[in-house]
Design a protein around this ligand. Structure first.
Ligand code: FE2
Length: 377
């Protein structure tokens, strides 16, 4: 087969049309990232990139031959760190965010009515505060699609109980800026946690549980003010990171080559379950949970070595040398600490199992002694 030129590759990748849209997903945070590209010019935009998914997004952009003009965030997120700064380092793309968010390292501060061009196309910036006061939505030039961030979600909307949230303001944003778009305008949300990927103006007007079907502002505010949601668990890490546009506090060290390590925002080496499963025979799996957990109904990876986290420092000499170590616990948080301890102690081939045994089980990898395999809670 004759290799396609990058222009014809992009055209075909876009389904033969003039615009490419790819929806990408970060499962741990339920975040959608969108890649938009104008096929004739190959120029593109990336909306709401996730720090931990940088390598994935960059590979796609490079493979499709897209010249990335800008990363656009819809707001300063509380649940994940943006990948905008990393992408700028890799491609020179602008970092665009609402000026109202007052974040550092933004190269293109946005205001309501601004246009961000990519090739012959553009998105229009619409201020849609209420979830945060710096929230914006991006509407494609022909109003066929809009990227709503957390202002409007599929059959829902972003919460209003922290980060300057205000339900009255959100009502005005959604009804005035989003549901006023053509009924056929497709709406792409910033998140979904139940597998829904896209909606439309006509559907949300009719079926949005909070504000559709004839609900009034009073109904909406009454709903939003009584949701009693738990505090977002990553806010302490995510918000400061986003106020730097995702620039790490310290430069990441060079990635060792023994495995396809991905560095979390905290700088820890992590490995995905599929790689660990595939290379299981060449690895020491170190389980740092308590005795009750290790012997309990959640089960364990067969053949793993067990040293509870509180005993790790004293007993780290028991871990065989000469083989890489993958550390596991239930969710990946205690094992992150253990990974850090082992790295500090001078072990170099150490990584955390991303998502812990919970995700390992959810993805269908075997757990010896588990009572309900694959369904850890
Ligand atoms: Fe948000």
């Amino acid at each position: 087969m004759v290799a396609s030129s990058s222009a014809s590759l992009l055209l075909a990748a876009a389904g033969g049309g003039g615009l490419l849209l790819r929806q990408l997903f970060d499962a741990p945070t339920g975040t959608f990232t969108y890649l938009l590209a104008d096929v004739p010019s190959s120029e593109g935009l990336l909306i709401d990139p996730v720090f931990e998914q940088h390598e994935r997004d960059l590979s796609l952009i490079r493979e499709l031959g897209i010249q990335l003009v800008a990363c656009l965030d819809t707001h300063a997120h509380a649940d994940h760190v943006t990948g905008s700064w990393l992408m700028r380092q890799a491609t020179g793309s602008a970092i665009a965010l609402a000026a109202a968010a007052r974040a550092e390292n933004v190269t293109q501060p946005l205001h309501h009515g601004d246009r961000v061009a990519f090739g012959s196309r553009h998105v229009e910036v619409r201020s849609t505060p209420g979830h945060t006061d710096g929230c914006v939505s991006y509407v494609l030039d022909d109003q066929s699609m809009a990227f709503t961030g957390d202002a409007l979600l599929v059959r829902g909307c972003g919460r209003c109980d922290f980060q300057q949230g205000n339900a009255h303001t959100l009502w005005a944003s959604i009804t005035g800026q989003l549901l006023s778009l053509p009924d056929s305008c497709l709406l792409y949300p910033g998140h979904d946690y139940t597998g829904r990927t896209v909606t439309s103006v006509v559907e949300e007007k009719a079926f949005n549980a909070r504000l559709g079907g004839g609900a009034t502002e009073r109904d909406f505010v009454g709903h939003m003010d009584n949701m009693k949601l738990p505090h977002p668990h990553k806010i302490a890490e995510a918000l400061p990171g986003n106020m730097r546009s995702g620039k790490p506090r310290e430069a990441a060290t060079a990635t060792p080559s023994w495995a396809p390590l991905q560095r979390s925002y905290a700088g820890l080496p992590e490995l995905p379950p599929d790689w660990v499963a595939e290379h299981r025979s060449g690895l020491v799996i170190l389980d740092v949970r308590s005795a009750e957990e290790f012997e309990g109904p959640d089960g364990r990876i067969a053949g793993s070595q067990w040293i509870p986290l509180p005993e790790l420092e004293a007993r780290s000499g028991e871990i065989p040398t000469g083989q890489p170590v993958v550390v596991v616990c239930h969710s990946g948080s205690r094992s992150a600490l253990a990974t850090q301890q082992l790295l500090k102690a001078g072990r170099d081939q150490v990584a955390n199992l991303r998502g812990g045994l919970r995700i390992w089980g959810d993805e269908g990898y075997p757990l010896e002694g588990a009572i309900t395999p694959g369904s850890l809670s």
